[in-house]
Design a protein around this ligand. Structure first.
Ligand code: FPP
Length: 234
């Protein structure tokens, strides 16, 4: 028997948009448009099911390697969705952006910073959006900040504990990552929340992200609940 209730925090690797579009002989960005619509619906499904926090992998540090046309498409979707994300704030949803957004155009960066600030006190639900995010980059950034504090004498090397590292991660104010869902048939983390996923459960499925439904989410949660999470114990 499993010992898990509803996961507090679910990570979603939104994969398979390109293949979904290709199957329909449509451009890849058509898949991203559908994928973005599913992103929005998934937030509501999570809230309905009693999940506290959902983090979505929207753009990785490696995604800059994609054709310029595709990157332009994703950026234009992001601009469109910023309006929706802003309206989440009125529904008591807190938005946390994970990643180095200094690489984005100034208008996007300013909007995202503003959204994070204005939603900071919201308590109804947390939406994490990973943009120009990489798990290794996140840990390296934390290490850099800790090193600076060591050099300035604020802390000593002995103070560097797991809790201290955690306090420098983007997820410092989120509940622990209980479950990672990756559709589209790939079975890897692809540099997504590698620190936070140390004890997460993983559910992989063949569905492509634009086809992901509430039923898929419920099935993944049922699978999570059937697992026996021992966290290294017996
Ligand atoms: C992975 O599918 C998807 C991405 C790299 C982009 C995800 C972006 C969105 C869903 C839209 C923008 C997000 C927000 C929050 C507005 P893939 O292109 O790797 O698919 P493939 O593996 O089939 O090629």
């Amino acid at each position: 028997m499993g010992n898990s209730g509803i996961p507090r925090h679910i990570g979603f690797i939104m994969d398979g948009n390109g293949r979904w579009a290709k199957k329909r002989a449509m451009p890849r960005n058509f898949g991203h448009t559908q994928g973005a619509a599913v992103f929005k619906k998934t937030i509501n499904w999570c809230r309905e099911l009693g999940v506290e926090c959902a983090t979505f992998y929207a753009f990785s540090t490696e995604n800059w390697k994609r054709p310029a046309e595709e990157i332009r498409g994703i950026m234009s979707l992001l601009r469109q969705y910023i309006k929706d994300i802003k309206s989440f704030s009125d529904e008591n949803i807190r938005i946390i952006i994970l990643g180095d957004i200094s690489a984005f155009d100034e208008d996007i960066r300013a909007e995202l910073e503003n959204i994070m600030k204005t939603s900071e006190k919201n308590t109804g639900f947390i939406v994490g959006i990973a943009l120009n995010y990489g798990g290794r980059a996140e840990i390296a950034l934390a290490a850099r900040k800790i090193a600076e504090k060591c050099v300035s004498g604020e802390i000593s090397a002995d103070n560097v504990t797991e809790e201290l590292v955690e306090s420098f991660l983007y997820t410092r104010e989120m509940p622990p990552l209980d479950l990672v869902i990756r559709p589209s048939g790939e079975q890897r983390l692809s540099n997504f929340m590698i620190w936070q996923a140390a004890y997460s459960e993983f559910v992989f499925m063949d569905t492509l992200w634009p086809d992901f439904t509430k039923k898929d989410l419920e099935r993944a949660i049922r699978e999570f609940q059937a697992r026996d999470r021992r966290f290294g114990g017996v």
